[in-house]
Design a binder for this molecule. Structure first.
Ligand code: 5GP
Length: 122
């Protein structure tokens, strides 16, 4: 799938629409989800143009991958989430209901998150 430069996270990265920023460095931006599913719900995204985790894991540089993973861990740690715990998750493609075609890692926390996921009804 080709990268769509008009997706909502590309617009956030260009500063065309606002976000509630949590963290930023040369490779990474993180902000609160506009429709949080848990008391804490942060989105961590690369600044580079990657459609999905599939695309990012294949095409991104070592520096970009390292930066995103390090940033996600630091964001969670700095928010005090490491001890109670959190879930880091990336929806990739149709079956995972990925809505925004710019790779993002969700960080969910602030409540008991249950053991795992429930598949949708067929
Ligand atoms: P996905 O389903 O692609 O894994 O998740 C997309 C996420 O982006 C959703 O949790 C949704 O609430 C969030 N989102 C969509 N549009 C915006 C926006 O304009 N600003 C922010 N902060 N989050 C958004």
């Amino acid at each position: 799938m080709a990268y769509d430069p008009n997706n909502i996270f590309a617009k956030i990265l260009r500063g065309e629409i606002p976000c509630d920023k949590v963290y930023e460095d040369d490779h990474v931006l993180a902000f609160n989800d506009i429709n949080p599913q848990t008391p804490t719900h942060i989105l961590v995204i690369p600044k580079g143009a990657y459609v999905s985790f599939d695309d990012f894991s294949e095409q991104a540089s070592e520096a970009e991958i390292t930066a995103l993973v390090r940033a996600a861990g630091k964001i969670a740690r700095d928010a005090g989430l490491a001890e109670p715990g959190y879930r880091a998750l990336s929806n990739t493609g149709r079956d995972a209901h990925q809505e925004v075609p710019h790779f993002h890692l969700h960080i969910f926390a602030g409540q008991n998150l249950g053991r795992m996921i429930k598949p949708a009804d067929k």
